[in-house]
Design a protein around this ligand. Structure first.
Ligand SMILES: C[S@@+](CC[C@H](N)C(=O)[O-])C[C@H]1O[C@@H](n2cnc3c(N)ncnc32)[C@H](O)[C@@H]1O
Length: 249
């Protein structure tokens, strides 16, 4: 299998990340789901693959103690820049850690809620990496805590030509996207062009590795994590497999 090719460690990509998510119209459902889960299960909350803090910052603002782990110092830089604009009480509720999903060196246990809501689990490309991540989650979870993982089932058909992603925003930047299946991986490419000077152009991408539901359940089982019924008021997410798990009894 080809090595992952993601732009997360690129500083320009990190600066454009929130714009890309907003224009693609992704993330709103996840934000609503994690807000509801935080209300039900409480804190401390850990997000693995927290990126620029799109999920954690609103939770910290609401009053929850949050920890974000990511292996991109550039995504965490943007997270910290955003955090700087919040008041000191919010700042005290947020901790970011540079680290790997497969071996998260988080000096804290007993998380009431661990979240991987934005398909970040699909960046892992082998069963060994996935199991290592799930076993680490088990170690960090409180006995009464839950882990929430949302894996896109990547049902969207490949679109090989560039398509404008207008979103709501006008702004100075044009975003175009295309997606392709490439050796079993699902790659999304992004082209961002300046409206003011069309010679200014950025190319980025991320790559996701699909996991069959049956395979995911077997890995959860192996990691001693047991799926529980999702709350009836959890918003339904189209084209995704949702796993809400606690430690197996
Ligand atoms: C799709 S983004 C999600 C960001 C954020 N959770 C959100 O909802 O906007 C995936 C994030 O996972 C991080 N990531 C990818 N592979 C990782 C790994 N092996 N260990 C830690 N973080 C990783 C990336 O740097 C990126 O910030």
């Amino acid at each position: 299998m080809q090595k992952p090719r993601n732009s997360y460690k690129d500083s320009s990509f990190a600066d454009f990340y929130d714009l890309i998510i907003e224009r693609l119209g992704r993330g709103r459902w996840d934000s609503e789901a994690v807000r509801l889960l935080a209300k039900k299960f409480g804190d401390p909350i850990l997000e693995i693959g927290c990126g620029t803090g799109l999920k954690l910052l609103p939770l910290a603002k609401t009053g929850y103690i949050t920890v974000g782990l990511d292996n991109s110092s550039e995504m965490l830089r943007v997270f910290q820049e955003k955090l700087e604009t919040y008041d000191s009480r919010v700042k005290k509720r947020v901790c970011t850690i540079l680290g790997e999903m497969t071996n998260p060196l988080v000096n804290q246990k007993h998380f009431r809620l661990i979240i991987l809501p934005g398909s970040q689990f699909l960046h892992l490309c082998s069963s060994e990496e996935r199991l290592s991540c799930l076993q680490s989650i088990y170690q960090m979870l409180d006995d009464n805590g839950v882990v929430y993982i949302a894996n896109s089932n990547l049902a969207e058909k490949p679109v090989y030509d560039w398509v404008d992603q207008a979103g709501k925003a006008e702004g100075n930047w044009i975003l175009q996207a295309r997606r392709a299946l490439n050796n079993g991986a699902y790659q999304e490419d992004f082209r961002i062009t300046s409206r003011i000077d069309t010679a200014i152009e950025y190319l980025f991408c991320w790559r996701l590795y699909p996991i069959e539901d049956i395979q995911m359940r077997s890995l959860l089982d192996e990691a001693n994590l047991q799926c529980i019924t999702t709350p009836s008021d959890l918003p339904q997410r189209l084209n995704s497999n949702i796993y809400l798990c606690q430690k197996a009894t």
